[in-house]
Ligand binder design. Structure first.
Ligand code: MG
Length: 351
């Protein structure tokens, strides 16, 4: 077992923002009071990195296991008191929590396991094999810290008005373009700058562009245009990466809505708000169908899926003990690169 303290994140829980109805706010106010005590998140590693049993669980600084999908508030809103929004809550000041799944420059496709209790982060498996993204020239692995906004859900039963495609059944994705390399399971606070509408195998798969508020460039970056000026090439590289990343798997290039143009920050925040509302409906459902998203959580008092601390501990205790990382299979790189035009390169032995 190994625990890692992530000291950067401090928040007072505000499950529902200024955009929430009074009714929704009151439903969750008790949870807000409880979670305000937390100053840090920790990760607990289980299983072996680069193996199918590897899991990254999240817990609070006082040892309570939580779901990174459901228990971390979407909005940072430090000044929020018992669900009451601060007087100044302008678009420019909104900070979001982001759960980092994949560190920048790494290849293992790590993601929140939406269909497992407490939703740990695990490596995606396809056809029985762990997934690694190829290095598609000139990129190396994921070119940003990649992750998700908690308490959001792209509802597969909802057809997006802008893209005319339905959601991909996951939390909304984020590309964090700061210079710091984060770690899997780290929770950082980000400013949203824009959004890209990827159409992935017929599903809407929004990609939020954001910057870590701790990044030296964060104060200068407030829009897509700022990214274009201050970080030239980042937007173009992002489109190129998403267009091609499934080609090595034998799939066609991905498509984009809006002709691959980034939408601005205000548009992005509206999309995030809508995915937050779909998430609210998800966790308040009376019961789940089989083979669906697991909504077990530790803090949402009115959710039918809230569990006790003991129940949450039982979930983690049942997972495999932490073990030394396995080497990445060398054939993974070759197999991934055989159908694309990228230069095959060696994946790191340890992720
Ligand atoms: Mg997605």
């Amino acid at each position: 077992m190994r625990s890692v303290i992530h000291t950067a994140t401090r928040f007072s829980a505000a499950f529902f923002s200024s955009q929430s109805s009074r009714k929704s706010t009151s439903l969750f106010s008790a949870a807000s009071i409880h979670l305000r005590k937390m100053a840090h998140y920790l990760t607990e590693l289980r299983g072996r990195p680069n193996a199918t049993d590897y899991r990254v669980y999240l817990k609070t600084s006082d040892g309570k296991y939580i779901s990174p999908f459901h228990d971390i508030p979407l909005y940072v809103a430090d000044e929020q008191e018992c669900g009451v929004p601060p007087k100044k809550f302008k678009t420019n000041e909104i900070l979001f929590n982001m759960v980092v799944e994949v560190p920048r420059w790494s290849n293992a496709k790590m993601e929140i396991a939406t269909k497992e209790p407490l939703n740990p982060i695990k490596q995606d498996v396809k056809k029985g094999k762990l997934r690694y993204v190829a290095n598609i020239f000139p990129h190396k692995g994921y070119i940003w810290n990649y992750g998700a906004l908690p308490q959001t859900w792209e509802d597969p039963s909802h057809t997006d008005k802008a893209t005319m495609c339905c959601g991909d059944n996951d939390p909304i994705d984020v590309c964090e373009i700061g210079s710091k390399v984060c770690v899997t399971g780290q929770v950082i606070q980000v400013k949203v700058l824009g959004i890209l509408a990827l159409i992935d195998e017929g599903e809407t798969d929004w990609k939020v562009i954001a910057i870590n508020k701790e990044d030296p460039d964060a104060s200068s970056l407030n829009s897509v245009e700022d990214v274009r000026k201050i970080k030239p090439g980042h937007l173009e590289a992002t489109v190129d990466w998403f267009k091609k990343y499934k080609v090595p798997d034998g799939k066609p290039e991905n498509q984009f809505a809006f002709n691959g143009q980034f939408k601005d920050k205000d548009f992005a925040i509206e999309v995030i708000k809508s995915t937050h509302s779909y998430w609210k409906a998800l966790v308040m459902r009376k019961k789940m169908k089989s083979d669906e998203i697991v909504c077990q959580n530790s803090s949402l008092c009115e959710s039918p899926f809230k569990c006790s601390d003991a129940e949450a501990s039982t979930v983690v205790e049942a997972a495999a003990e932490y073990g030394e990382p396995l080497p990445v299979p060398s054939e993974a790189t070759v197999a991934l690169c055989k159908d694309c035009h990228s230069k095959p390169s060696q994946l790191p032995l340890k992720q």
